[in-house]
Design a protein around this ligand. Structure first.
Ligand code: SF4
Length: 356
């Protein structure tokens, strides 16, 4: 059976590490906190320093925060060190120095996430719960040729189930360590050494030639910042709106006239731009109203609003409609416009009123 081959391979090939061959939850927890932050070789001296200075959870709990931070120095992400101290104090005070023995209790502790809870529960207490770290995701996605993105919520569920089904329930502690070790030493991200892999004969990615394309990870999309200038053109109690054209993100919704630039324009440049567009006459006045942010999935909108009181009706050439502000409630508008209207309702815009 595949799991037995994995254990056999582990017995012959595992690295001797100081946190292996122990069932002490404090030592396992300490090593996992450090290994979340760095690789095994870089983490080893930190682990040894911590253990020498704080051989048990009570001694760590009695430490001052700056002492912990001093030993942690160089690992970065200092909130992890602070959480580690908080957990040590909590276990020491509320649990009489004994780490809880089950996954469901461990996960309640500060700084202990699903991976660490599963590692402690299985390594220290042999609870049949599967660990899922980057190594395990990689091995399972290749073994079963699963292309569900490992950083998506649906992908995580798929791999949780796979990991649980693949777990050797009779020996979860060694199984979990073995699959992580296989990912670290053999089924590596680049150039995995399939020729010596104990899972090769059942590996679908190997069979199908998909080893280099798995696992799949969703690329983080870049968020683009856009600078929008919006205008309330007011003439005799009416304002100009228009219907956004096809192909626009707010297609067919009604909006205020606007233009976009690579940054926000100052008043002088803005006036020139409006004159250029024939949206303004020399004597018209522009009044700054508000600046607000609006976040969309892939865009961060920086919107800036101005009031332009005009004496003559400008031709905006966008099939504009001139309506009384209260008629806006009958129109479908983008959420950003809606947010602006909320601000308008709670602020006085001279004699240009917007009834609720
Ligand atoms: Fe990974 Fe290759 Fe082993 Fe498949 S055969 S699990 S791809 S090392």
């Amino acid at each position: 059976m595949l799991q037995k081959e994995l254990l056999y391979w582990f017995g012959l090939n595992k690295r001797e590490l100081p946190w292996r061959n122990t069932q002490d939850p404090y030592i396992i927890w300490l090593s996992e906190v450090i290994l979340q932050q760095t690789r095994v070789q870089q983490g080893l001296p930190y682990f040894q320093n911590f253990l020498q200075k704080y051989p048990d959870v009570f001694s760590m709990a009695a430490a001052k925060e700056d002492q912990i931070l001093k030993i942690w120095q160089g690992l970065g992400y200092y909130s992890r060190a602070r959480n580690m101290l908080k957990t040590a104090r909590l276990v020491s005070e509320n649990y009489n120095g004994q780490f809880p023995k089950s996954y469901s209790e461990l996960i309640k502790l500060k700084g202990i996430g699903p991976y660490t809870a599963a590692a402690i529960a299985s390594f220290a207490f042999n609870e049949p719960v599967a660990v899922l770290d980057g190594n395990v995701f990689r091995v399972l996605s290749r073994l079963y040729a699963k292309n569900d993105p490992i950083n998506s919520s649906t992908g995580k569920k798929v791999f949780e189930e796979l990991a649980h089904n693949f777990l050797n329930k009779a020996n979860p502690a060694t199984h979990n360590q073995a699959i992580m070790e296989l990912g670290a030493l053999v089924c590596t991200p680049k150039n995995p050494n399939c020729s010596i892999c104990p899972l090769q004969k059942s590996c679908l990615a190997f069979d199908l030639g998909l080893v280099q394309t798995l696992p799949v990870k969703l690329k983080k999309l870049k968020v683009r910042t856009r600078f929008l200038h919006y205008f309330i053109f007011e003439n005799k109690g009416k304002i100009a709106i228009y219907q956004r054209p096809e192909g626009d993100i707010w297609q067919n919704l009604f909006d205020l006239p606007s233009f976009e630039d690579t940054s926000h324009l100052d008043k002088f440049l803005l006036k020139n731009k409006l004159l250029e567009l024939n949206w303004l006459e020399q004597n018209d006045e522009i009044e700054f109203l508000l600046q607000m942010k609006h976040i969309l999935t892939h865009q961060r909108l920086e919107a800036i609003y101005f009031l332009v009181r005009t004496n003559t009706l400008p031709k905006l050439n966008i099939n504009e409609l001139w309506i009384e502000p209260r008629a806006l409630k009958l129109k479908a508008i983008p959420r950003l416009f809606d947010k602006f209207l909320d601000w308008w309702k709670s602020n006085d815009l001279g004699n240009l009123t917007l009834k609720k």
